[in-house]
Each structure stands twice: as C-alpha cells, then as structure tokens.
Design a binder for this molecule. Structure first.
Ligand code: DX5
Length: 218
C-alpha cells in the first residue's frame, strides 16, 4: 500500500489550512511539514506554531521533517504541538541512537532521513529504533528541484538491506516525486511518497494531482 504525503512547503501559505483540508479530502495518508533552520539547509520555513495550527484541522498523520541542526533541541516542542512523526537527519545528529530514543520517549514515531550523499549503511545500528526511513531524492532545502536518479538504486539496496535484517520498515522518498518518478521509486521498494510541487504547484486541483500520483503507482 502506497502512502502519499503532500509537502506543505509547496502549498499556498496564504491559505495553509484550506490546503491541508484539500489534501485530506483528496484521500492522502499524511502531511509533510518541512522545518528548515537556514543552517542545516539554506532556507528557513516553519516552527512548532504551524504544526499547532494545522493539528485541529486534519486527522492526517503530521510528519514533521526536521531539516535543522541539533534537532534534539526541538523534539518536545514539535511533539507537544501535535506531530505524529518526527523525521531527523542522520547527518544532523551527533548521537542518532539517543535522539531516536528521545523521540520514542515523547510517544511519537521516529524517522531517519538520509541525504543523497549518505549511505543507508549508517542506519544499520538504529533499525530497531526507526519507524520510517526517509530517503531524500533531492538535496534538502527547496521544493521544485530535479529528481536525482541515482537514488533509485540506493532505495533498492536499502530495501534489500532491510529484508536481510528482517525489518519491514517503510521507505519514504522526498524530492522531485511526480507521476514519472513515483513508479521508479515504488518499484525499488518505496511505499511513502512525499510530494510538494506535483500536488500543490500545478494547474490541476489537489484532488486531481493526488489521483494522478496514486494512479501512477497502482
Ligand atoms: C526539500 C523538501 C522537498 C519537498 C518536496 O528540502 O523536503 O523535497 O518536501 O519538494 P518537491 O515535491 O516540490 O520536489
């Protein structure tokens, strides 16, 4: 079963609540909230306040992608604001195992993201603490970037690694996901599609874009 998570990074910020509701009405499984600090990535976006504002509007999984240095500083704030899952970057954690333990102690799901230059092997020692592995198919920081095709083989290798470990951990992909690239990553083993531009930045409606994305992997 493929899950679709629109990224609000590409949404119309003047009507974020409506865009979240439109995504829910379109039948998506979650909402990706891209948090950026201007240090881990060269862009600045949202804080816990946006999660708090969206929480009462939708019943979707709020998947908070922390593209920030030292994410351990803000885990409790985002959990308290209503996040269902916190995604930390392996590259941003000096003590990844401890950070994942801390997320679980807050009662929310823990996901680990890896950038295009990072091997999945860095995750081998934390699989038992990982609810979702988030593979970046662009370098993080901005929406609307070009999909990095080399990551398809990484996803395939990661799926094999997880199977060898007997771990049925979902693989999420994030960056340049549309009806053309989604089948490539789905065939390689990804089951969570994070998509911003292909859902919010096109002439068609959110519902039509979600339906097209889902049809591309069905
Ligand atoms: C990058 C962001 C984007 C966003 C999706 O830091 O994480 O990948 O979620 O962007 P699109 O779908 O527009 O490539």
């Amino acid at each position: 079963m493929i899950a679709i998570e629109p990224s609000i990074l590409a949404a119309d910020f003047t009507r974020l609540g409506d865009q979240a509701r439109e995504a829910e009405a379109a039948g998506v499984e979650g909402l990706q909230i891209d948090v950026m600090d201007g240090r881990f990535v060269p862009n600045i976006t949202f804080g816990p306040g946006v999660v708090r504002a969206l929480r009462p509007l939708v019943g979707l999984t709020l998947d908070v992608h922390l593209m920030i240095v030292e994410p351990e500083r803000y885990l409790a704030d985002f959990a308290e604001a209503g996040a269902d899952r916190l995604v930390v970057h392996q590259e941003a954690c000096l003590h990844l195992h401890r950070v994942l333990q801390s997320i679980h102690e807050l009662g929310v799901q823990a996901a680990v993201a890896i950038n295009p230059g990072t091997s999945p092997l860095v995750l081998e020692e934390v699989l038992d603490l990982t609810d979702v592995i988030h593979v970046m198919t662009v370098n993080p920081g901005f929406g609307g970037q070009t999909f990095i095709h080399s990551q398809v083989e990484k996803i395939r290798g990661l799926r094999q690694m997880l199977d060898e470990h007997g771990q049925d951990i979902p693989i999420a992909v994030d960056g340049g996901i549309d009806s053309t690239t989604a089948p490539l990553v789905a065939r390689a083993g990804a089951t969570v599609l994070v998509a911003g531009s292909s859902i919010y930045n096109s002439k068609a409606s959110v519902a039509e874009n979600v339906a097209a994305l889902r049809a591309s992997v069905t």
